[in-house]
Design a protein around this ligand. Structure first.
Ligand code: SF4
Length: 381
């Protein structure tokens, strides 16, 4: 498998990434939520400064595409006016994923982490180093990558370092915040960050560095919940869009419901205070919609790392995906759209596709160099 170009950082509002269709500007909504006013504002900004599309990412962020370099300064000013930007230094470390269907303690813990991470002592944390706050039962974010994890267990809330099967029992939210930040401190002081500024918890532990007793434990996390689907969820509604791309019109329609909108890491949005399903042709509310069974990243020509187009193929394959399965068309082995296990994954490489069954984009493929026509034959065999 040819390795994707690993940059070790994700695009942010202050560090936009140049793509084939202009700058990608990523917004990390505080506590993973935007108000109706902010959502309507983002829809306006996507039309004024970008391609008119707002993408929900696999890290529960929102990003605008197609922003020109000349429009970028005005976009930053407008995002700041909407209250969607922190300062440039701490913005890069605001890498938290929260359970979108959360209990009040989720917000308290996340606020504590954000407050702590704004301190300069954490400025050396790598750009991809992240926190997952998932204290409910069952766990909603079990399949979501994160280095420091607050999770539930049969005995109560636990702190778990990624790479450890079990975690340390926590007494309350204050202890969760204090020990979570201590774990980040330990990661920094024990050599978790390499000379290139990169580093992940699981790799650090895998390299033989042992966690201190105070930050480890033998409590199993609670079972994982199945991935949520569009439609009613709890007291609210989950809404999807093809490939996580919400048109400005669709986001504006959601803003007109008046309530807050949470970004999920499933490339869907969750409206916690809405009972009536919003109506817009670009929104997917049916869990059986064929486009929900296939994931695809930007691909060529939008992403400079891609040598293949992805979304046309994904749309064509969607009707072939058996019910209950998830297929993924990835422009390269990085797997941005769905960085996890899928029943079938097609990975672009040198203008053709490698095929992985029951694995991730970076696993060894069972077939290499397939053309789109050969893919049809392969999936029917
Ligand atoms: S997975 Fe897709 S979007 Fe991500 S870097 Fe590769 S080609 Fe680009």
């Amino acid at each position: 498998m040819s390795a994707p170009l690993v940059k070790g950082w994700c695009p942010g509002a202050f560090r936009p990434m140049m793509s084939g269709d202009g700058l990608v500007v990523r917004v990390r909504p505080p506590l993973g939520e935007v108000s109706a006013t902010q959502a309507a504002g983002l829809a306006d900004l996507a039309e004024r400064h970008g391609s008119g599309v707002i993408e929900a990412t696999a890290r529960a962020n929102l990003q605008l595409r197609g922003v020109s370099e000349s429009a970028y300064p005005a976009l930053i000013q407008d995002l700041r006016a909407l209250g969607l930007l922190g300062d440039a230094d701490s913005e890069a470390r605001r890498n938290l994923v929260l359970d979108p269907f959360r209990a009040p303690k989720t917000d308290q813990i996340a606020r504590g982490f954000l407050d702590g991470l704004s301190r300069t002592e954490f400025s050396a944390l790598p750009g991809k180093f992240g926190f997952v706050v998932d204290p409910g039962t069952p766990r909603r974010l079990a399949g979501i990558s994160g280095d420091i994890r607050i999770e539930s267990s049969a005995e109560g809330m636990i702190l778990r370092a990624d790479g450890c099967a079990t975690g340390r029992l926590l007494g309350d939210t204050d202890e969760a915040i204090a020990l979570g930040l201590n774990l980040a401190r330990w990661f920094l002081t024990s050599g978790g960050v390499g000379a290139d500024g990169r580093g992940r918890m699981a790799r650090h532990l895998d390299g033989g560095t042992a966690l201190p007793d105070a930050l480890s434990g033998d409590v199993d996390p609670s079972p994982a919940a199945p991935e949520p689907q569009p439609g009613r969820q709890g007291h609210g509604v989950c809404v999807a869009a093809a490939f996580g791309q919400f048109t400005s019109g669709a986001l504006r329609a959601l803003s007109e419901t008046g309530g807050p909108i949470r970004v999920t890491p499933y490339r869907m949005l969750y409206l916690p205070a809405v009972t009536d399903l919003p109506d817009h042709p670009d929104l997917i509310l049916d869990p059986q919609d064929a486009l929900r069974r296939v994931q695809a990243c930007t691909g060529a020509p939008g992403c400079p790392q891609a040598t293949v187009q992805t979304r046309d193929l994904a749309r064509r394959l969607a009707l072939s995906v058996p019910e209950g399965q998830c297929w993924h068309v990835s422009g390269c082995a990085k797997g941005c759209a769905y960085p996890r296990f899928a029943d079938l994954t097609l990975v672009g490489r040198d203008g053709a596709f490698d095929l992985v069954k029951q694995g991730t984009p970076w696993d060894d493929p069972i077939r290499r160099g397939l053309s789109p026509l050969e893919i049809d034959t392969e999936i029917r065999s």
